[in-house]
Design a protein around this ligand. Sequence first.
Ligand SMILES: Cc1cc2nc3c(=O)[nH]c(=O)nc-3n(C[C@H](O)[C@H](O)[C@H](O)COP(=O)(O)O)c2cc1C
Length: 411
Amino acid sequence: MRRKLPQPISRRSVVGALATLPALWAEARAGDARLPAQLFHRDPPPPASAAEVLDVMSFEPLARAALPPAHFGYLATGVDDDRTVARNHDAFAHYEIRSRRFADLDRLDTSCTVFGVRWPSPLYLSAVSGMRAFHPEGEAAVARAARTRATQLMLSTGSSVAPEEVAGARAAPLWQQLYPTDDWRVTEAVVRRAEGAGSTAIALTVDGAAEPRVNETLKRAMLSDNRQCGACHMNNQHDMWRKAPMFAGLDVSGVTRLRPASLTPEYLDRLRRLVRGRLVIKGVVTGEDATLALEHGADALVVSNHGGRNEETLRATIDCLPEVVAAVRGRIPVLIDGGFRRGTDVFKALALGATAAGIGRPQAWGLAAFGQAGVEAVVDILNRELGVIMRQAGTATIADITAARVMRAAG
Ligand SMILES: Cc1cc2nc3c(=O)[nH]c(=O)nc-3n(C[C@H](O)[C@H](O)[C@H](O)COP(=O)(O)O)c2cc1C
């Protein structure tokens, strides 16, 4: 068969084609008011693998599509109007990065050291309870991802997989997040079990939800979910101490809530005496509380508002960070979580004095969409983006990311 040779493009054909353009353009404008770039935009097909997802936020709609409404609602919800959830992320726009151009970037090193342990990057996975709501393998898959990425995992008291199994899958010490409950005997048992499973740090959450919770987004999502949920939620029961493997075998008849009625400095002293390893206090948002926690034995703080899930303060954690850093004066590590979705967000937190940044929802989005591979991809993307902005800003090491690399945005 004779191949059809390409026809030479004549001047006449080009001129002819160009002549039709204004007409096409006018037609397009008449029918559609969008710009040409938008007119020719085509939505790409949904990613078939985690590796195809471009950025962290793109995992959210994938998780939404993968999950039943009530489970997505549980993940997405804030409190009241969910505005603090949005603020946490939006407030990164309050800070701009000051790039320097003359630096030796031959060797970029994103590693940092926390409690004497070298982390490949200042990113960790924060506590998220009940992760089997997002994927059948739940926290076990997250732990395997944490292992392949050598990322610190803070395990929730409400983990839906037993702490020993998660520790085995991670194959390195966990940090155990602690909801102490209002029964000290249960607190003791939970701390001892976590330590027995190899946790080197206990992270006491101090921003626990007041009762009753006002997570309206979750409640609306539950109303729109008409599945039969009794197989997992016996008697429609959601109390963590009755469900989570961490409490299995304990007498929880005296427990009425996840936190003690009075969370006083004396309580911190008592917990300090109980905990054998490091004591991390998660949920501090003011300089005053930072000083107090430090005076009562904290080995590290996490600036956190629980991802905006428990209180509608409208204060983003990144805006709370400077006063906590100022109060701590470098004496202990200051970690932070809330709204971290880009490598530049992590960079800004480090420049404002944080030691490391944690993620909550993004790991669950990745898990829901692609299981272990999704969590790995989320971590990879954030670490890659952090490396990119470090190179752009002229910071070869984490230590180079100083306060001089960030400025408050005008207005
Ligand atoms: C579904 C879900 C469950 C959570 N469970 C816990 C928990 O059990 N204990 C805790 O201290 N924080 C918990 N958190 C808060 C996270 O540890 C973290 O503070 C927060 O998610 C960070 O904000 P981000 O989701 O915007 O990254 C949870 C967050 C989510 C989204």
